[in-house]
Ligand binder design. Sequence first.
Ligand SMILES: CC(C)(COP(=O)(O)OP(=O)(O)OC[C@H]1O[C@@H](n2cnc3c(N)ncnc32)[C@H](O)[C@@H]1OP(=O)(O)O)[C@@H](O)C(=O)NCCC(=O)NCCS
Length: 139
Amino acid sequence: MEKIKYIRLNQNNIDIVPSKIIIDDENLSKQDIEKFVIDDDNYCFVGMLEDRIVAFLYGYGMLRPDGKSMFYIHAVDVLPDYQNNGIGTKLMEYVMNYLKDEGKYYKFFVLTENDNIRACKVYQKFANKEEQVLFSNSL
Ligand SMILES: CC(C)(COP(=O)(O)OP(=O)(O)OC[C@H]1O[C@@H](n2cnc3c(N)ncnc32)[C@H](O)[C@@H]1OP(=O)(O)O)[C@@H](O)C(=O)NCCC(=O)NCCS
């Protein structure tokens, strides 16, 4: 999977995105992504194999009242046929390096289910802390 290029999407390169991105339960239109990336604190990264998006990650920066910002990774998806080939790891590596170079955030976090073994394996490579309780409800 050496030929995969990892890219952060922005308003200048958005044309590499097809009209829809469907990966796992993500079903996003190009317009949705275009609107999302206008905000500098919103990030979409893709893994491209030639002109095909095979991996996708999005997240956002979150400002704390003390001025320190954290980065929340909301979704990481690799197309089913391409999973378990190191692409999720490479995508995370690219994103971690990108964010470190940018220097805006002091910490990242990502959530997944205990039984999502692949996701846990990948995130464990980048995290130094594993905490697990999440409470949520719709608003
Ligand atoms: C989770 C996901 C993004 C990971 O990406 P990926 O490209 O498949 O993952 P990688 O190939 O980089 O790494 C998978 C790791 O899990 C390990 N693994 C896979 N199946 C395993 C199993 N049954 N038991 C133990 N380890 C396993 C692999 O060995 C590899 O670890 P290694 O690099 O140490 O060998 C991808 O599988 C995916 O899109 N899954 C569906 C959507 C999803 O669950 N997203 C995350 C939601 S938070």
